[in-house]
Each structure stands twice: as structure tokens, then as C-alpha cells.
Design a protein around this ligand. Structure first.
Ligand code: ZN
Length: 353
């Protein structure tokens, strides 16, 4: 490193440490983790951009396209961990194939153990539990099904956290015009098959949340990270109550910035105070998904998403976003809170990085 560059880095560091708040310029200087990321590609281009923006990535393997893909993605993620040992972590997940046959629990536990031995740090459960998978009698399998008890007991015994995207945003059960965030409006307009408001034969939002909470009630020692603000994105008040009720739970913010912007627009102080009070329980994440495709456009989108969220969390700028209508103001959280949300909480809750 050239002497001048070293000197300017030292000055930058000193400047960063003097103020109680970060500036926009500090973005690349501060260590950050995107704790909810997806990579479905053998040749990842995400790590290159992550390095530039001083991010580490937690890639979450999700059972969204069948069991073979879970196994294939596990191999990609394992290889990435070998390539980037200190800047990359990944989770595993499991399949429900063979649910009705004897041995499903034993097979699932040995798959999880193998994945943990390969370097995975956590196990993911997805919304298809509760919304898609059915048993041999065509009954939807809910997350509090007793058959999962042995799996979750095993995670507790091994100290492995469970990361869960269960249910959907509340918007999924609302008419389009009642939804808070524009991304939800567009998504459900274009995907009516997933818009539960149109499918009252499926479990309600409350039934999904209750099943998740009964599961947590049965497993008080299970460390649980609720993806997407634990599907309680629509109200920081309700989310606060939930965090109070389940002290072993934390949440990631992935793909729910619209709901945070919306609530910030309407009551800035309330959202700011929520972040201060629950500063040890909130993990930064985006849900950005690498599937291959145009490298430059993808990396640009990564950077823009990360930079927008940095502006929201560290500055008091007046902001607009296509995610909501109207203007909202950044939260300008103190440095120690920003450091927790961006890195320390992920290290603590996932015991990694
Ligand atoms: Zn995700």
C-alpha cells in the first residue's frame, strides 16, 4: 500500500471514530454483513461487489425449487466457503420428500449434520411449510407439526440456530389497495396465485403466525432468526411485542424496507425508537438473489440497494423510494447501533463470521 493511501485511511479511521454518527462517506469503511442473501450459481459474482462495499455475505439455502436444487446449491455454497473462508457463510435447509415414510426424521437429522460438518451455520425453513406441502391425506403441513419436534430438539442440542421465513407479509391476505408497500402491490397483482386474499381456503395470516409461535413455545431454547421481520413487517409495535415474548428470537430486515419506509413516513420517532430499543435483535439483510445473468447490472443493483439502506439507517436525509409513495426521513441511528445491525448481531445470533 502506498504511504499516502495508508495515511488517508488512518485519517479516515480517526474521523470515523470521533463522531457518534456515520456519514455517507463511511459506507465502505465500516464492516457490514448482508445476513440474508441468496446465491444459486457456481460462479458467484456477488463476492466481488461485496468486497468493494465492505460486505460479508450469509447465503441462505432455501427449498424453493425442489430437493435436487437444495443439494446442488449446498455444493455451490460449500465451495464458496472454501474460496472465501472469512467473508462468507451459508445455511442449509431440508426437504419434506418422504415425509410420510418411516425414517424421515432420522434422514433429515443426518443430512443436517452432514451440512453442518461441511460448514453450514444454520438451518432454514421456508413458507412452503404452511402454504404448500401436504401429507398423504392432503392436509397442509404446518411448522408446529409434532414430526418437526425431533429436528428442532436436535438443533437445540447442537446449538444450531433455525432461520425461518414462515407465512408471508400481511399484505398477502389483504386487498391490493390496503397494502403498505408498492413492491407488495406489484407482486400480488402479477402473481394472483400467491395472493392469499384470493384463496380463503388456505390458512389465514393469523393461523400462520400462530403455528410459528406455537412451535417457538414448544422449543423455548431454540435460537430463531425470523426472516423478513418475522412476517410482522406491517407494525413495529406488533413486532416489538413478539420480540418481548420470544427472547431467543431475532429478526432480519430482508426485503421489507418498504414497510419500514412506510411506517417511518407516518411516524419517524416510533420506528427510530424501535431500532434503539431492539438494537440487539435486528440483523441487516436484503434478500438479493444471484441467479446468473448480467454481471454489471446485477452488481450495480447490489451496490444501490446497500447504499440506499445505509442512507436510511445512518443519515437524516429526506428520502424517496419506489417502494412507497411520499417522502420519509432517514433514521440516523448512532454508530454503536449501526455496528450491531450491520455486523455484531449477525455474529452473535449465528455464532459466526
Ligand atoms: Zn430470502
Amino acid at each position: 500500500m502506498k504511504f499516502n493511501k495508508l495515511l488517508s485511511l488512518i485519517f479516515a479511521f480517526l474521523f470515523v471514530s470521533c463522531s457518534n454518527f456515520y456519514s455517507m462517506e463511511d459506507f465502505a469503511l465500516v464492516e457490514k454483513i448482508d445476513a440474508h442473501y441468496h446465491i444459486y450459481s457456481a460462479e458467484s459474482i456477488s463476492m466481488e461487489q461485496a468486497k468493494k462495499d465492505n460486505f460479508k455475505l450469509l447465503a441462505i439455502n432455501t427449498n424453493s425449487k425442489g430437493c435436487e436444487r437444495v443439494v446442488e446449491a449446498h455444493q455451490w455454497l460449500k465451495a464458496l466457503k472454501t474460496k472465501f473462508p472469512s467473508d462468507f457463510e451459508f445455511t442449509t435447509t431440508f426437504c419434506l420428500d418422504g415425509w410420510d415414510k418411516p425414517g424421515w426424521q432420522e434422514n433429515t437429522i443426518s443430512w443436517i449434520d452432514q451440512c453442518i460438518a461441511d460448514g453450514a451455520i444454520s438451518v432454514k425453513v421456508w413458507k412452503n411449510i404452511g402454504m404448500e406441502f401436504r401429507d398423504k391425506d392432503s392436509i397442509l403441513i404446518m411448522i408446529d407439526d409434532p414430526k418437526f419436534d425431533a429436528i428442532f430438539a436436535h438443533l437445540v442440542e447442537k446449538g444450531i440456530p433455525l432461520v425461518g421465513h414462515l407465512g408471508e407479509p400481511k399484505a398477502c391476505w389483504q386487498p391490493i389497495e390496503k397494502m403498505q408497500a408498492n413492491n407488495n402491490k406489484n407482486y400480488y397483482k402479477n402473481n394472483p396465485q400467491y395472493h392469499m386474499y384470493l384463496h380463503p381456503d388456505y390458512p389465514s395470516y393469523e393461523e400462520q403466525m400462530d403455528a410459528r409461535d406455537r412451535m417457538l413455545g414448544k422449543n423455548p431454547d431454540l435460537v430463531f432468526i425470523g426472516c423478513h421481520l418475522a412476517s410482522l413487517e406491517w407494525s413495529v409495535d406488533v413486532l416489538a411485542e413478539w420480540l418481548d415474548r420470544f427472547p431467543n428470537a431475532a429478526v432480519d430486515m430482508a426485503a421489507r424496507m418498504g414497510d419500514l419506509f412506510y411506517q417511518t413516513r407516518d411516524d419517524h420517532k416510533k420506528v427510530h425508537d424501535f431500532f434503539i430499543k431492539y438494537q440487539d435483535r435486528i440483523l441487516y439483510g436484503t434478500d438479493i438473489t444471484e441467479n446468473g445473468g448480467d454481471k454489471d447490472a446485477f452488481q450495480k443493483r447490489m451496490h444501490e440497494t446497500w447504499f440506499r439502506d445505509w442512507e436510511y439507517l445512518v443519515s437524516n436525509h429526506k428520502m424517496t423510494s419506489k417502494l412507497i409513495d411520499g417522502e420519509f426521513q432517514g433514521l440516523k441511528l448512532p454508530k454503536e447501533v449501526v455496528d450491531k445491525i450491520y455486523a455484531a448481531n449477525t455474529k452473535k445470533w449465528y455464532k459466526s463470521f
